[in-house]
Write a protein of this length. Sequence first.
Length: 506
Amino acid sequence: MSFSRGKLRSVTAVAACAGLVLTGTAAAQAAPKSLPDELPDKVELGAMQRHLIAMQRIADVHDGNRVAGSLGHETSAEYMAQRLEDAGYDITRQQFPFTYTETLAEKLTVGGEDVPVVVMEYSKNTEEGGLTAPVAAVEPDDTPGCEASDFGDVTGQIALVQRGSCSFAAKQSAAAEAGAVAAIVYNNEPGPLNGTLGDAESAEIPTGGISQEDAQTLIDADGQDITLELRQLQEERTTYNLIAETTTGRDDNVVMAGAHLDGVTDGAGINDNGTGSAALLETALQLGGSPDVNNKVRFAWWSAEEFGLVGSTHYVNSLSQDQQLDIALYLNFDMIGSPNAGYFTLDGDDSEGEGAGAGPYGSAQIETAFEDSLASRGIEAEGSDFTGRSDYGEFIAYGIPAGGLFTGAEDIKTEEQAAKWGGTAGEAYDSCYHTACDNLGNVDYDALDVNADAMAEVTAQYALSTEDVNHIAPAEKKNKAEVAKQRSANKKVAAQASDRAHEVTS
């Protein structure tokens, strides 16, 4: 580990001397376990499976999903809340508004053949039946489609542009400025492209995503008429984050851990993100509401993550500066049981990244803690960029150190990864990502078990001491002026990283 467990405060007492055995030798005494050793043993796979079964059944009787703003999500949240209240946690339900979207039509026809397309979240709608216009393929450069000049004059055309360097919202806005009537973004790596424009206010023209494999069909059709229909329902709804906090531990150095509870409209969302939610719940239940810890632990089950990280963003922005400074760090768990699992830690030091940038100070230490925990279980982890695709986004934007675990979504497992972790090379980590087949059969339960143990261990470590992250010793008074100064520097780093990061997608 990155800091000595000898400094950690144990939750168990040393046993009394057990006397002599019949041979006259002293009975061996088992060394007392510290909380980071003890908690993973208590977080059992069977209990997490029970939570996942509950979420599957909740979806089954609520239109097949647990999407934010629905009874499926609310029932899932109350399932969690009841158990957390029984365990002695202080519970908060933080309500907020968001724009709900639901796909009505996704169709792209090129030369009489259908090409799979996915409407971007918050996209403008085409008319029913779609629009027909020439396709204009933009030659990719280092920043493809990030400026209107990249498109030339595409008045009345459907712009085709490669993913990369700037957000989907920026690309469609630049295309609109250049005169395009719609935009199609193709992936810059194998696999389909699911994206979001971030919010309804950013949308200017109908925008969809296609795979890298299908892009060539449209590039070959440059200048020819194609037909594109993208329509989705959009309406204002309310939902809520569920937050549970221990009653013990200092409240000016809070360890926060979160997972989004909401799913998409197309399925039960068992891997995405029932796995993170179930493991977080069982970790909280086994820790208990009044543990013997030095720092409060605050667990959060976010809502409306699938609509652009709305819940976690709302939460961070609802805090005063002092309340933000009270959060020592944030741990994120989003998809930790993918069926063709990879083993990723959020890349706090950007040592393995692709230019997205390091996290705020302390993030590298959190990454090391997760790497060490997985290594002790025989897993060699890889780094996963801070791309802005999950709920850590707003935390790092305010300079709060962050880390977490992830087993992969629509990206493809490599030969090297399959040799290291098992599974199938050339296939997605989760081929059911954001589809109806994300059900109880879509989980690698061994991966879930290993990641849940790492979650429990690292959460417990920081509940006892965050000294390696922010230099606050367990008995030391927190200097908020110094922390504020560090956070200010962290925000600058996070802003620079955001400029380099991949697009915001859900």
